[in-house]
Design a protein around this ligand. Structure first.
Ligand code: SAM
Length: 450
C-alpha cells in the first residue's frame, strides 16, 4: 500500500527546508572560512615582512661578527694613518630643514637657532661631558655635510659669492670636499642637561655632529687684515681699510696703556723709516715713539700687506715691547695678524636690500613664538617671534642665497626656502629681494625641521 499523498508532500517540504537551512549554514561556513583565510593571509604577510627584517638584521650582525676584532695595536696603526671610524656625538635639530635658503655662514643669520643633544650612546652620562662648557659664549661645531648627495668633490670650486670664478676647494668653505667636514662657530645660548641650545648656525636639521670645542679667541682668533693685493678681483672697501687702521690704533693703545714708566720699548727695524734704528728707553721716549709709529703705520698703510714691498715683510715690521713688571713679552707685528682673501669682505656680488610685501608681512605676523600657548595660530619651533624671523630672513636674503646658475640663468624665477615652520617665497630684482609669501609649513613637512 502506497503512503498517502499528503504525508509524501509533507516529507518533501521538510527535506526542502532542511536543505535550505543546510545551504545557509554552508554559506555561513564559507564566509567564515573566507574571513579566516583573509586574516591568515594578512598575518602571513606581516610575519613575512618581520622575517625579512629579521634576516636583514641577521645579515648585518653576521657582517659585523665576520669583521675581525681589531687589536689595540691595529687600532693604533689605523689612528696613526688617520683612518678612524667616526661616531656622531649627536644630531642637530635646526630651524633649517633643507639646504636651500640655509645661510652660507652663521654670521649672516645670528637669529637662526638649533639644538644639539649629546647621544647617550657616546657617554653614559652625556651631561658630564658638557660640564664647564657653559662658561663659553661660542663653540666650534665640527659636523658632517650628510646631505651632500654623492660624495663627489673637485679640486676647484666656484663659491657663489665669487660669482662663477673658480678657486681651489681648500681656499673655500665649500661643503663638497674630500671628507665632507663642516666647521661652524655658533653662539652657545645655554646648556640644559645633555642639550646645547645654539644660535647663529648654518647647519640643517639631522646633521651628524662629530665634535664640539669651546671657542677661545686667545687661541683661535688672530686679528684679521685683508690681503688686498693677493687677488685680481679685489675691490677695496673703505670700511675694511678703516678697520685695519683701527686695529693698529687698538694695538698701540694697548701697548701705550700696558707701559710702566720704566718700560722699555725696542723697535725692531721696519725699513727705511726715520724710526727704523730707534732703540730708546724711558716713558717719555715711549710716548714719542708710539706717536711716531702710529703716524708711520697710517702713512705707509703698513698693515696692508704688499708681497712686492720688501719693507713690509712680516719679520721687519715687528715691534717688541718688554714690560719688566710682568716680564712678559708683547709682540705687535704683521705676523700676529691673519690675512684673508679680499673677496671675502668685498666680493664681486653686492648685498641685496630685502623687503616684504604688505601681505607677506601680515602673514609673518600671524606666527607666534615657540613657547606660545595659542594653538589657533601658526607656531615657530625655534624662533622667538616674527621679529626674529624678519631678522633671519633679511640676513639670509641680503647675502643672496641663490646659486650662480640661478642668479645668472633664471633670474626671474621665484625662490622658495623654509625657515623654522614657515615656507617662504620671494623673488629677486636688481639689487633687492622681495618676500611675497610666508605660509605655515604643511604638517607632513614639519617632521623635517627637527
Ligand atoms: C658653505 S657651508 C659652510 C658650513 C660651515 N660654516 C663651514 O665653513 O664649514 C654652509 C652651507 O652648507 C649647507 N649645509 C648645511 N648643513 C648641511 C648638511 N648637513 N649637509 C649638506 N649641506 C649642508 C647649507 O646649504 C649651508 O648654506
Amino acid at each position: 500500500m502506497s503512503p498517502p499523498i499528503c504525508s509524501c508532500s509533507e516529507k518533501v517540504r521538510k527535506l526542502t527546508q532542511q536543505a535550505s537551512v543546510m545551504r545557509r549554514e554552508i554559506k555561513n561556513l564559507r564566509q567564515q572560512m573566507d574571513g579566516a583565510i583573509r586574516a591568515h593571509r594578512k598575518q602571513m604577510s606581516s610575519l613575512q615582512s618581520m622575517l625579512t627584517d629579521c634576516m636583514k638584521h641577521e645579515d648585518r650582525l653576521q657582517s659585523v661578527r665576520k669583521r675581525p676584532a681589531q687589536s689595540p695595536s691595529e687600532i693604533n696603526q689605523l689612528l696613526e694613518q688617520g683612518r678612524i671610524q667616526t661616531v656622531p656625538i649627536g644630531y642637530i635639530s635646526s630651524c633649517f630643514a633643507v639646504k636651500n635658503g640655509t645661510p652660507r655662514q652663521p654670521t649672516i643669520c645670528s637669529s637662526s637657532r638649533a639644538i644639539l643633544k649629546i647621544e647617550p650612546s657616546v657617554f653614559n652620562n652625556p651631561e658630564h661631558s658638557l660640564v664647564g662648557l657653559e662658561q663659553y659664549s661660542h663653540i666650534w661645531i665640527i659636523f658632517l655635510f650628510h646631505k651632500n648627495g654623492q660624495m663627489s668633490y673637485k679640486a676647484k670650486v666656484k663659491p657663489p659669492r665669487l660669482n662663477g670664478q673658480r678657486v681651489g676647494v681648500y681656499s673655500t668653505r665649500s661643503p663638497h670636499r674630500p671628507n665632507a667636514l663642516g666647521l661652524t662657530l655658533a653662539k652657545l645660548e645655554r646648556i640644559t642637561g645633555d642639550t646645547l641650545h645654539l644660535s647663529g648656525v648654518d647647519i640643517i636639521a639631522g646633521t651628524p655632529v662629530l665634535d664640539v670645542k669651546p671657542y677661545i679667541p686667545d687661541y683661535d682668533s688672530p686679528k684679521t687684515r685683508t690681503d688686498d693685493t693677493s687677488s685680481e678681483h679685489r675691490q677695496t672697501s673703505p670700511d675694511s681699510q678703516m678697520l685695519q687702521v683701527m686695529d693698529v690704533d687698538e694695538e698701540l693703545n694697548i701697548l701705550e696703556t700696558s707701559f710702566e714708566p720704566s718700560s722699555e720699548l725696542r723697535v725692531c727695524p721696519v725699513g727705511p723709516s726715520d724710526f727704523s734704528q730707534s732703540e730708546r728707553s724711558g716713558s717719555s721716549d715711549v710716548t714719542g715713539i708710539l706717536a711716531e709709529v702710529k703716524s708711520y703705520l697710517k702713512q705707509q698703510q703698513l698693515f696692508t700687506k704688499n708681497p712686492e714691498d720688501k719693507q713690509t715683510d712680516s719679520t721687519e715690521c715687528t715691534l717688541l715691547a718688554t714690560n719688566p713688571l710682568s716680564s712678559s713679552t708683547l709682540k705687535f707685528g704683521c705676523e700676529d695678524y691673519s690675512t684673508i682673501a679680499a673677496w671675502v669682505r668685498a666680493p664681486p656680488i653686492s648685498n641685496l636690500d630685502v623687503r616684504f610685501t604688505a601681505n607677506a608681512e601680515k602673514e609673518l605676523k600671524e606666527f607666534v613664538p615657540y613657547n606660545s600657548t595659542d594653538s589657533t595660530r601658526p607656531k615657530f619651533q625655534f624662533l622667538k617671534g616674527p621679529d626674529e624671523a624678519v631678522a633671519a630672513i633679511k640676513g639670509i636674503l641680503s647675502a643672496d642665497p641663490r646659486s650662480v646658475y640661478r642668479r645668472t640663468r633664471c633670474q626671474d624665477r621665484l625662490f622658495f626656502f623654509t625657515l623654522d615652520t614657515a615656507d617662504i617665497t620671494c623673488w629677486f630684482g636688481d639689487g633687492f629681494a622681495e618676500v611675497v609669501r610666508v605660509k605655515p609649513m604643511q604638517s607632513s613637512e614639519l617632521t623635517n625641521v627637527v
